[in-house]
Design a protein around this ligand. Sequence first.
Ligand code: TYD
Ligand code: MG
Length: 453
Amino acid sequence: MAKDLSYACSECGAGYRKWSGQCDGCGAWNTIHETKALSSGPKGKTLGAVRGQAIALTDLETQEREPPRTEAGVGELDRVLGGGLVKASALLVGGDPGIGKSTLLLQAAARFARNGLKVIYISGEESNAQVQMRARRLGLEKSPVLLAAETNLRDILTTLEAEKPDLAIIDSIQTMWADTVESAPGSVSQVRASAHELTTFAKRNGMAVIMVGHVTKEGAIAGPRVVEHMVDTVLYFEGERGHQFRILRSVKNRFGPADEIGVFEMTGKGLAEVKNPSALFLSERGTPAPGSVVFAGIEGSRPMLCEIQALVAPSPHSQPRRSVVGWDGGRLAMILAVLESRCGIQFTGLDVYLNVAGGLRITEPAADLAVAAALVSAREDAALPAEAVVFGEISLSGALRPVVQAENRLKEAQKLGFTKGIVPEQAKQPVVTGLHQQSAKTLAGFVENVFGA
Ligand code: TYD
Ligand code: MG
C-alpha cells in the first residue's frame, strides 16, 4: 500500500506522514508543512485501468536513432544540450538570482525562433514591457518570439493549448501557481504541481519546456528535489559575482552527456560565447608566482586549462583558516593531511587559502596534484616552471594515480604553448610531440623532483 505522505519538507522535499519540528532528511527546522495531493483517483479501485499497457520493444515503430533536435546555433549552448534542443523534452535551468538566467533564455528564445521554432517566453517576474526592454538591450527586439506575463498555471496552459508553440520558456517556476493547490507560490507543493503539469503538457503535445528555477543559499534548486527528477535535463548557470564569466553546466541529461559545460561572458549586450575558455582562464595570469599552478583539466568532453592559486601564511588564530573557492574543502583537508603524513610538509599554525582563478569550479580529483603543487609552492615560496601544466590524482597512501584523458590534457597544454607536463607515472605514458613529461609515482617523489626537498 502506498504511504500517505501528506507532509513535506520545503527545503529538501522529503515526505512525512505527520508533522514534526525538524526534517530527518536535511536537518532543517520548521520546514515541514502539510501538502495536498495533486489528484486522487476513484477510491478503492486500483485495477481495471486501460492506459499504460505493455508493448514489445521490437514492435515500436519510432525507430529514429537520435531524438529530433533543433540547434540554437550557439556552440556553447548546443554542446551543453547534447547537440541541440530535443523535441518534447523538459529542462530545468537553475542559478542564483541575478546571474543571468533570464538574459540567457531570452537570447536562446530568439535563436531558436530564428531557427524555425515557435517560441513563447512566459515571465512571471517581469511585465511584457520589461522583457521587451531587455530584448532591445540585447538587440533582439525584432525576434519572432511570443511574450506572455502570467503566473496562473491554468491561464498558461490555456495559452499554450491555443498557441501550440514548439518551445515554452517559464521564467520562473517559483512564481507559478496552480489554483488547485492551496499553498502560496514558491512553496514545495506549488513548484511540484506546476512543474508536473507543465512537463506532462509538454510531453503530450510535443512541446519542449524550459523552466527557470532559483537556487537557495545552499545551492540547491529551491523547491523539492523531485522537480529535478521530473525533467529530462538539469542545467546550472553559475559564476562568481564580480567576474564576467558564466558557466552553463549540465548536471543531468537524458539526451546527452552530463557534466558538459558551456562558457559565456556577460557583456553590456548580453551573454557572448567563449570559444576558447583555456586561453580566457589563463589570460589574467601574470608572471608565474609562488603558489600559482596551471591545471590541465577536463570539463565534460573538453580539455580546459585553468590556474590554481594557493596562499600560505602564519596564522594569528589558534585554529588556522582553511579557505577554498572553486574546489571542495574536504578534498583540501585530505591533501593537506597527505602532505603532512607522507611528505613531512607541515601546515600546522599556517592559514591556507586556495582559489581557482576566473570563477571556475572544479570537481575532478585529477586536480589533486595541481592543488598539492600550489600548496607546496606557496609554502616553500618557490614558483613552478612557467611552461608546466600539472594533473594527477592523489591517494591517501601518497601514491599518484593516473587520470582519464591524459593525452587530451597534454595536447591542449601544448596548443597553448606549454612545453612540460608534470604527471603521474603510468604503464603506458601518452606521447605528445613537443611536450616533455616529468612523471612521478608518489607525491613525495613529485615534491622531490619539482622542489628538490
Ligand atoms: P538576469 O538575466 O536578470 O538574471 P536572473 O534572471 O538570473 O536573475 O541578469 C541580471 C544581471 O545581468 C544584471 O545584474 C544586469 C546584467 N546584465 C548585463 O550585464 N548585460 C546585459 O545585457 C543584461 C541584459 C543584463
Ligand atoms: Mg530573471
